[in-house]
Structures are given as C-alpha cells and as structure tokens.
Ligand binder design. Sequence first.
Ligand SMILES: Nc1ncnc2c1ncn2[C@@H]1O[C@H](COP(=O)(O)OP(=O)(O)OP(=O)(O)O)[C@@H](O)[C@H]1O
Ligand SMILES: [Mg+2]
Length: 333
Amino acid sequence: MVPEYELLDIQGLDVSFRQEHRTTAHALRSVDLILSSGETHALVGESGSGKTVTATCIMGLLPTPPATVNRGQVFFKGKNLLSLSENEKRRLRGKEIGMIFQEPGKYLNPAYKIGEQIIETLMLHLKMNRSSAIKRALELLSLVGFNKNKRILNSYPHELSGGMKQRAMIAMAICCRPSLLIADEPTTALDVTLQLQILNLIHRLKDQFSIGVLFISHDLGVVKEIADKISVIYAGKIIESTTTNQLFENPRHPYTRLLMLSIPDATKRGSRLRSIPGAVPDAEHIPSGCSFHPRCPLAEPDCRKSIPPTKTYGDNHTAACFLIGKKWIDLST
Ligand SMILES: Nc1ncnc2c1ncn2[C@@H]1O[C@H](COP(=O)(O)OP(=O)(O)OP(=O)(O)O)[C@@H](O)[C@H]1O
Ligand SMILES: [Mg+2]
C-alpha cells in the first residue's frame, strides 16, 4: 500500500543568515529531498555545503535570527515542521526524530551519568515509570553492543572512549523508537574499525525498527556501503540525486564524478588521492550562474550566466548541469 505521505519531504527549502555589517549568507538554495520510512538517504557534500544547516532546520534548531527561512517546507509525516510551535518541536525531538552528531561530547551532558540521561528521556517522552525506564535503558545499551551495560549505565560521559560515547549517543537517539534518525557525520571522528562498527550498528537498527535515516557525510565511499539513495549538495543546492546504484553506475554531474574520483581505492595501496582543486564557496559569496563553474573542468562561458535547472533523467535521477548529454570529458586523467 502506498503511504499517504512520505516520512520526510523537504520542498524548496531556502535559508539565509543575516548578520549586521555582514553580507547575507545564502546557506540553502531551494533544497528538495524525500526520505521514505525504512530507507537510508545520504546527503553528501564537502565542508560548508549546507549539510548541517539542513539537519538543524529539520530538527527545528535553526537559530532565527540570524537564520531566516526564505521559502520552502519541511513535511514530517505530512506535517509542516516549520509551522510548529517550540513546544510541539520539542515533543518531536528525541521522541519521533532522533539525532546523532559527529561530536557526542556536545550532546551528552557531562554532569549526568549515561543511564540518567536515557532514563530521563524515557520518563519525559514515553511517560515511563523509573523502574521500567531503567530496564529499557539496560536493554538499549545491550542493543548498541555494550556487554557490561550496568557499568555503562552508571558511567559519566568522560569515563567512556570516543567509540563508546558514540554508541551511548545512538542508544539515546533511538531510545523512544524514533521513525526518523538524522546522523550528521557520526563516524568522522572515529578510526576506521570503529567507523565500520558504528555504520553497521546504524544499518542494523534501521532494519530492525524500520527507521528512516538521513545520513550526512562528506565521503561518498562511506555512504556507498549503507545508503539506498544519495543526494549530492554543493553550495546549498542539491546538484544530483538518485538511488545509490544509479549514481555509481551513471553519475551525471561533473561534481559527483569528481567526488567519486576522490574515493580512496582500497585495492591500490599507496595510490595518490585525487582531490578537487579549490573549495566550496562560502555562503556569503556564491558565484553567479552554476555555483560549481569556477572549479568545473567542463565549464563553458554560459555556465557563469544562469543557474542550471534541475532536470530528471530516467527513473528518479535528477541533476542540475547545462552540459549533461552535450559535453563529456574523461575526468580521471
Ligand atoms: N550561524 C551562521 N551564520 C552565518 N553563516 C552560517 C551559519 N551557520 C552556517 N553558515 C554558513 O552556511 C554554510 C553551510 O554550513 P554548514 O554548517 O551547513 O556546512 P556543512 O556542509 O555541514 O559543512 P561541514 O562538513 O564542515 O560540517 C556555510 O557557508 C556556513 O558558513
Ligand atoms: Mg556540518
């Protein structure tokens, strides 16, 4: 049966930051993104491209001012999150929408034991009594891979290693069985082995509880392993979006193609890593026309004149570049 509405449906989200004596920063430029229940949709782009602003907007944590939502809507199960009151947003956060961050230290309160933080959330949102909440907290800590769950329950965040803190934060984020989990670079601070464990854990929990996951990363190589769909963001605009398979089989946008070339090849040890020359423009100084044109090896004079429209290619594959189908250069050399 087709659901009445998508789990998350972002339509034309346009956000600026306005600060005195500073040029307006146009952080999101008409972002569209759909995430269905039980699927992982990755939002990928380099630093400064607008990933965290998107996540904060969904969570209702965007500071307004300095931020202004110029246009657009963020529907969660058919309800526009942007029109909710602070109280309604607070009720959704932690209960229906969970979030994991790159820095667990910022999210876990250093003054409270891990157990207390989970127990309090359960009592507040699910109205559990204390003994049921303790039981559930212990189950959750086992679920995220802690054998000595009683010890973790009674530990302060500073007593845990980076990977353990990340697990504890995941336990908190999913404690009320949210239907949407937003993971903003959840593994960037971890070493490779731990990264893999945390990615597997998120993947397993997503399947087990049919959670929709918005997975934010700068690394296409990481998201290839876990995402069902990928949207590539550049200077606050989604420049390409489709299923993971289609994106890797037939990337359309030159930026996506260059990002793929910068994925380290595990089979070629010692091979030099390709990086894309230059950097994402800051949101105060977005170039005219196609914002990628100053870094694009394919760019033509017209690319700096107007913004390329987002077009659909085949099944649910969208991209915004004037040169798709007109000009193709092997970028790997
Ligand atoms: N409070 C703010 N005031 C002004 N500009 C801001 C503010 N927050 C974000 N921006 C700008 O919005 C743009 C997008 O920032 P964002 O934090 O979303 O990037 P990101 O993709 O999450 O990058 P990273 O990978 O480094 O986390 C950047 O140009 C940033 O400078
Ligand atoms: Mg960020």
